[in-house]
Design a protein around this ligand. Structure first.
Ligand SMILES: [Zn+2]
Ligand SMILES: [Zn+2]
Length: 252
């Protein structure tokens, strides 16, 4: 499985302003910056699974959906559990932030497809077995287990301390990697807690729940604190944990 960590900052590509991870060039986790990626990539990525509706995760979703329509490729398929899907309808395609493309769709011409995902149950999307697991953030939010060819990767962002997704990860013999958020430096651990995020030490506490070492990629580092966070993650020295670099395609 290949996971491309999309760049989202003009001028300094190592800063992550928004979240999109592209799996095998076909499936995206979140559309924070997907709508600002190269058109060719937006044409190839036909499906998006959504973690939650914060702006850094869905902000460019309307652009992505319309870019596909203008390219003449099939309409975007957006997947999320019911509570997140409802917020995509009420907060994104609401005829204010962006036209309600679902309502404007006709039988002859679909403009966007919104698909409800079951929770804690596998579904095949674009050749990937996807399982949505609720995590603990400040709005309804899901992490994802992604499986292909006996390799499982966990994407857990955004979340504070949580258990179920790590229980599910721990029993996967084929667990190959984890993308885990490490948003705030330790000096802002209280802010991390009230905003539903993790510090590097908090991320390590999550990884310890898996019970064995796997490749773990720290993501969602607050751009203004990146240098401090990189130093803290390096200082922790947790086996397998590395700082994610936007622009990189990781192979699992
Ligand atoms: Zn969030
Ligand atoms: Zn976020």
């Amino acid at each position: 499985m290949k996971i491309q960590f999309l760049e989202s900052c003009f001028g300094d590509p190592l800063l992550q302003m928004a979240t999109t991870y592209v799996v095998n060039d076909r499936l995206a986790v979140d559309a924070g910056c997907l709508g600002m990626a190269k058109i060719g990539l937006q044409e190839r990525v036909g499906d998006v699974v959504v973690t939650h509706v914060h702006a850094d995760h869905v902000g460019s979703m309307p652009l992505y959906v319309v870019n596909r329509l203008q390219s003449g490729v099939p309409p975007a398929r957006i997947h999320a559990p019911a509570d997140v899907l409802e917020m995509i309808r009420s907060e994104v395609f609401n005829d204010r932030f962006w036209p309600d493309l679902e309502r404007l769709s006709t039988e002859e011409m679909s403009l966007v497809e919104l698909h409800e995902l079951p929770v804690d149950h596998p579904v095949n999307i674009a050749g990937i077995e996807v399982v949505a697991i609720p995590v603990d953030h400040v709005v309804p939010t899901y992490g994802y287990l992604l499986n292909e060819s006996d390799r499982t990767v966990v994407v857990a962002t955004d979340t504070r301390d949580t258990d179920l997704i790590w229980e599910r990860a721990a029993v996967r013999d084929d667990l190959a990697g984890v993308l885990i958020e490490a948003s705030f430096p330790e000096s802002q651990s209280e802010l991390a807690e009230v905003t539903g995020h993790l510090t590097p030490n908090g991320a390590v506490r999550q990884l310890e729940k898996i019970g064995r070492n796997v490749q773990a990629i720290a993501v969602h580092l607050k751009p203004s604190n990146r240098d401090e966070l990189v130093a803290e993650i390096d200082a922790v020295g947790f086996p397998g944990l590395e700082v994610g670099r936007p622009g990189t395609t990781y192979s699992f």
